[in-house]
Design a protein around this ligand. Structure first.
Ligand code: ADP
Ligand code: MG
Length: 613
């Protein structure tokens, strides 16, 4: 039988290898930007069309390539960055594998224009799916200009798996930000579909961070640095008050390369323990400089994970540096005193007569249970308008069954049947437990309701019912302004009309600042910048299925959560009644809009079981 093993042709081998390097347009952006940085450029421009599916173009003014190098650069394992194995332990460049260009050219249509400073003419090279189409001399500026068109044009199965334009562009922005944060000394631009999202002049690190993430960070990050024989740490960490529910804005760079490390992330988060609420994310930008011999970057093909030789010590060092930075900031008083407020205390002479003692009026006839029935403020004080119909017995619905008196209060020997009515009229019907639950007795046993989730369900259904038309906005007397990152600014502008529909009216003041002209009715007590954060969180989530519908639902859910009662608010009987009534007037009272149980019942059998001998 004939031998059957053959070497794969280069074009196929490159396509297979491309699978590792080029997953999506953002991978192309990352590789080309890193090459430009390695080429020592001082300006770098990224131009993207259709989320990078049609075009990714990266232009630098770096060292450029000779005609031969231009051709060589597309060969697999072709690199100018290492020559021998030992070089691997002294790496200071972004690339070194010599795989990126070969991989990109295998799965796209690539045009390269490049010229070195000392050459009179440059080179144009065109390669489609690993095949050289054209190579000729060309007059062009110094540096390198890569055009990558129609990614995966020759692998329809992979092209089909690319996500929506906005999802792909989001990934590109992420990669762009990482390279931009690592290289503030380079002027950078990012342009998408003829709109310039970022123009970042050459600057210091702090200005770069602020230019990317918005002016709000200017006064809310503190320097974090320490130096020792193992590692040099520098960068910035956010003050606790700037921590947000929005994920992200947390960066580690090791020798100027963006890296992910759960281990080091915990070192930072641990330093924030008890300074920020659970689930909040402080921004941090931490740069580690270590001897390249002590790290192994080789463990992952896309090189965003890293192994340190001495992980434990580095953990301790980062933890201590973060703590120290936060401590330094909390020791300096940061309270914003209102300059109008007169803080001087009146002088009281020791010989001055003692003023009258404040009196305390007490009512000896006070009965807390009566008070619990009569003297409450209006239930609508927390935004629930009781439905016209209170919850009434529906035979099939055990929750809706109001408790029957004898069942609840029959205490044999103490109360006889005739007395029930009086006892009942003074007894509280609902009980609040730990500010978190409402307990009430029902025909089949005991029902417990989670207060906050119930309120979220009620508001969600009210808002959804309105959102078809519109949720009213309450005009702000003094519109507040929010400073945003260019990315969040663009996201809000894109969804401005949907937000207006929800009563949140924003207007653009330019320079990534927006003013909040109206807040949705029922949310006036919420801090506008907090609500905007919640909206951004909802807008940013990846979603599947009916995009329009689910986006609206997500926004409305965020509104409902922001407006809903927090736990621990003491409630009176009227309020509890209104909440329970409104809950059972909902279409789906038992489950919160994000899928959590709202109501739980313990039936009589279960209760009886507990009292069994
Ligand atoms: P690597 O970056 O791992 O060396 P690449 O495939 O990304 O591999 O690039 C191959 C080579 O092409 C690089 O080593 C470099 O010499 C050259 N090169 C790539 N991009 C540029 C650029 N923008 N400017 C100058 N030279 C470049
Ligand atoms: Mg490279």
């Amino acid at each position: 039988m004939a031998d059957i093993i053959q070497l794969l042709p280069d074009s196929i081998a490159n396509q297979i290898a491309a699978g590792e390097v080029v997953q999506r347009p953002a991978s192309v952006v990352k590789e080309l930007m890193e090459n430009a940085i390695d080429a020592q450029c001082s300006t770098l421009q990224v131009i993207v069309k259709n989320g990078g599916k049609t075009l990714v173009q990266v232009i630098d003014n770096g060292c450029g390539m000779s005609e031969t190098d231009a051709r060589m650069s597309f060969e697999r394992h072709a690199t100018s960055k290492i020559r021998e194995a030992n070089d691997l332990f002294a790496l200071r460049t972004m690339g070194f594998r010599g795989e990126a260009l070969a991989s990109i050219a295998a799965v796209a249509e690539v045009e390269l224009r490049t010229r070195r400073p000392d050459d009179e003419v440059g080179t144009l090279l065109q390669i489609n799916g690993s095949e050289v189409i054209q190579q000729e001399p060309l007059a062009c500026p110094v540096g390198t200009n890569f055009c990558v068109k129609n990614l995966f044009f020759n692998i329809p199965a992979r092209r089909k798996f690319l996500k929506s334009e906005s999802a792909e562009f989001k990934n590109i922005v992420t990669e762009f930000q990482r390279v931009a944060l690592a290289n503030p000394q380079v002027e950078m631009r990012l342009q998408h579909n003829d709109h310039e999202l970022y123009f970042l002049p050459k600057s210091g690190l702090k200005q770069r961070i602020v230019a990317i993430f918005g002016k709000a960070l200017n006064s809310s990050i503190v320097e974090c640095s320490t130096q020792n024989s193992i590692v040099n740490v520098s960068g910035y960490v956010g003050k606790p008050e700037i921590a947000r529910k929005t994920p992200g804005n947390q960066f580690f760079f090791v020798n100027n390369r963006f890296m992910k490390s759960m281990h080091l992330h915990r070192a930072v988060m641990n330093a924030y323990a008890r300074l920020i609420p659970e689930g909040y994310n402080p921004p941090y930008f931490i740069y580690l400089d270590v001897n390249p011999a002590n790290i192994d970057v080789n463990i992952h093909p896309t090189k965003t994970e890293i192994k340190f030789e001495d992980e434990q010590s580095i953990w301790g060092i980062i933890h201590a540096a973060t703590r120290e930075a936060l401590g330094r900031f909390t020791l300096t008083p940061t309270f914003d005193f209102d300059p109008q407020t007169d803080l001087t205390l009146p002088y009281i002479s020791p010989s001055a007569p003692v003023p009258d003692m404040p009196g305390v009026a007490i009512n000896p006839n006070y009965n807390p249970f009566e008070a619990a029935r009569d003297s409450f403020e209006n239930a609508s004080s927390f935004g629930i308008s009781a439905p016209a119909k209170t919850y009434s017995p529906a035979p099939a619905d055990v929750y809706a069954q109001p408790p029957s008196e004898p069942e609840r209060y029959m205490l044999p020997g103490l109360v006889d049947a005739d007395n029930n009515a009086t006892f009942e009229s003074t007894a509280p019907r609902f009980m609040q437990i730990k500010g978190k639950y409402i307990a009430t007795s029902i025909a089949s046993g005991l029902m417990l309701i989670d207060v906050r989730r119930a309120h979220i369900r009620i508001l969600f259904e009210q808002f959804m019912a309105n959102a078809d038309g519109q949720i009213l906005g309450q005009r702000e007397l003094f519109p507040s302004t929010v400073d945003l990152s260019p990315q969040h600014h663009a996201l809000l502008l894109e969804h401005q009309s949907q937000l207006t529909q929800l009563g949140l009216e924003l207007s653009d003041l330019g320079h990534n600042t927006m003013s909040v002209n109206s807040m949705p009715v029922g949310l006036q007590h919420v801090e506008p910048s907090k609500l905007i954060d919640d909206m951004l969180l909802a807008l940013n989530e990846d979603y599947t299925g009916n995009a329009e519908q689910s986006l609206k639902e997500r926004l409305v859910l965020s509104l409902a959560k922001a407006a809903a009662l927090n736990y621990v608010k003491p409630m009176n009987t009227t309020e509890m009644q209104a909440l329970v009534d409104s809950l059972f007037a909902c279409n789906q009272p038992h489950i919160s809009p994000d899928g959590l149980p709202v109501v739980s019942t313990i039936d009589l059998n279960e209760l009886d079981r507990r009292f069994r001998k």
